[in-house]
Ligand binder design. Structure first.
Ligand code: MG
Length: 392
């Protein structure tokens, strides 16, 4: 493999750190051109000293001086604020790891798309909020999108360029999270610590809560719809507690192919970074005999209403997935702050979605979907305030 130049957006987060860990295993194969982080100046400066990019950018403008002084004398260019983040995302490179969490990842990732870059896409909002505009942009600018999420990465590898007209079903697996065997009552009143205790995956707090509610799988259904161009009725979710099979594709002749790997994000990360070649990821080989059993269950939409909401949002299309995602982000943060029950998360999301019935998309642009996101967040906050007042 010839040396690849990499830009990491969201460098201090879970996705970014995993990418840098894989890069560290292959110092001769990769160079880091730019690193972007949200607000953690110290962590970003430390990564910059290790990986020696040309440029680092921090989204939080308040970190500008601290970042500059932390890296003074290194020759590394520093910047702060939204434009600096965009500039770093657009620096010349071979692949951009899009690992910013949340809607703030949309504009920087799309800026890299406009440069025609290959994108290892982990940010869910690009597809969930603005999937049609994002994928149309990728096609227009010649930007190749490689899914970095484990399920989509497995499906991408299984599909392997085969014609999707032969695909009868695409199945994303879900571990079931920490509440797989819990009663509805117990789930609804779960604590933050209980919701953060994911059995198989180590991830950031937002996605870990989304895994506990299964909203994460719902968001992934919407992602799969856009990235593979597969209609909602051919997408499915299967509970698979061991998280060894990440995705399954059923073909017209009855053949079913499974994408398998140890549940470790270094595997899909190494796949994306090296694509179309292969490199080691540092993960131990899959030993099926040691694992012994793979088991499967149907998802329970009553105990996990977030998954049912995602099915509805996907069926509704238009702005509804963006509305659902925005409401969920606000509700999850409210739960993490200890200001609402776990069971209230999906109630809040549903209440916001109800308000958005009849909203039209109009112009299918990233900016339009971002405006929808802002409106939905405001409604979510209003609803939360209203509930809080009612409880007093
Ligand atoms: Mg996933």
């Amino acid at each position: 493999m010839t040396r690849k130049r990499v830009v990491v957006l969201g460098a201090t987060g879970s996705v970014g750190r995993t990418a840098l860990a894989v890069i560290s295993e292959h110092p001769d194969l990769f160079s880091v051109e730019a690193l972007v982080a949200g607000h953690d100046v110290d962590a970003l400066a430390q990564l910059a000293r290790s990986y020696r990019p040309k440029m680092v950018a921090i989204a939080d403008e308040a970190g500008a001086l601290a970042l500059k002084s932390a890296l003074s004398g290194t020759g590394i260019e520093t910047g702060a604020g939204p434009q600096a983040v965009i500039d770093a995302a657009c620096i010349d490179c071979d692949i951009v790891v899009a690992g910013i969490v949340g809607t703030s990842g949309l504009l920087p990732t799309f800026a890299a798309v406009k440069q025609g870059r290959m994108i290892a896409l982990a940010n869910k909002e690009c597809l969930v909020c603005a999937g049609d505009a994002f994928m149309a942009g990728a096609e227009y600018y010649g930007s190749r999108i490689l899914p970095l999420d484990s399920e989509h990465n497995a499906l991408f590898q299984v599909l392997d360029g085969q014609d999707k007209k032969f695909v009868t079903k695409m199945t994303l697996t879900a571990s079931g999270g920490p509440f797989r065997k819990w009663s509805k009552e117990a789930i609804d009143s779960a604590s933050v610590e209980q919701a953060l205790a994911h059995p198989n995956w180590s991830m950031g707090p937002k996605i870990t809560i989304d895994s506990a509610s299964m909203m994460n799988k719902g968001l992934e259904l919407i992602e799969a719809h856009h990235i593979f161009g597969i209609p909602a009725e051919r997408l499915d979710v299967l509970i698979h507690p061991q998280s060894i099979i990440h995705g399954l594709i059923s073909f017209a002749d009855g053949s079913v192919s499974a994408g398998m790997a140890m549940p470790d994000m270094r595997v899909p990360t190494a796949h994306c970074l090296a694509y179309p070649e292969r490199i080691t990821s540092g993960v131990v080989p899959l030993d099926l005999a040691a694992i012994g059993q793979l088991s499967f269950e149907r998802p329970d939409l009553v105990r996990f209403p977030a998954l049912a909401l995602a099915h509805q949002a996907l069926a509704a299309g238009g702005v509804m997935p963006a509305v659902m995602n925005a409401a969920n982000e606000v509700a999850v943060q409210t739960f993490l702050n200890g200001q609402c029950a776990f069971g209230a998360i999906s109630d809040i999301v549903f209440a916001v979605m109800e308000q958005a019935v009849g909203w039209t998309v109009g112009e299918r642009s990233i900016e339009r979907y971002l405006a929808v996101d802002v409106d939905a967040r405001r409604i979510a906050r209003d609803i939360i305030t209203h509930y809080a007042t009612m409880r007093l």
